[in-house]
Write a new protein. Structure first.
Length: 158
């Protein structure tokens, strides 16, 4: 028998197969990393939006006293109110409507299926931001995948 030098076709095919499986695993890891990074950004924004609305409540104590924010729900479809011009001066209720409009615009623009709501219990306000995230859990490779619904709630004492 003559001795053979080099790799056989079978050895090359097995090597290519192992390399392909490794690269597919790396691609799946990268995809999950991007999804988780995006979801993390959305959670950060939801917390930021709730904090911003809490600051708006603190800045308009007369509107809070009038109950202008009580039970409000926003989703980006609110009417435009502009209180940024020097005259005429807006009332506390109009300022609250502008706050709610801007909050709704920020949430709906930056969060998929984003919505916000404010509930009040005495001097305690609960600011809730709801949105949908890309799924990263079970069934992510099948057609059974649906967006995960998430919610962030911030309780504020005024």
């Amino acid at each position: 028998m003559k001795s053979h030098a080099g790799a056989t076709l079978i050895e090359v095919l097995v090597t290519v197969l192992i390399l392909a499986v490794g690269l597919l695993g790396l691609a799946a890891t990268q995809t999950m990393s991007l999804k988780n990074g995006n979801n993390s950004h959305q959670r950060y924004f939801a917390a930021l939006a709730a904090e911003e609305m809490a600051d708006r409540l603190r800045a308009n104590p007369e509107g809070v006293a009038l109950g202008a924010y009580d039970g409000a729900e926003v989703n980006g479809e609110e009417s435009v109110i502009n209180c940024r011009t020097p005259s005429p001066r807006c009332t506390a209720r109009q300022l609250a409507l502008m706050d709610l409009y801007e909050w709704g615009q920020a949430i709906s623009t930056n969060l998929p299926a984003g919505a916000g709501r404010i509930s009040r219990d005495g001097s305690q306000f609960t600011l809730t931001v709801d949105w949908s995230e890309q799924p990263t859990g079970t069934n992510r490779g099948s057609n059974l995948v649906q967006a995960d619904e998430f919610s962030f709630a911030l309780e504020v004492e005024l």
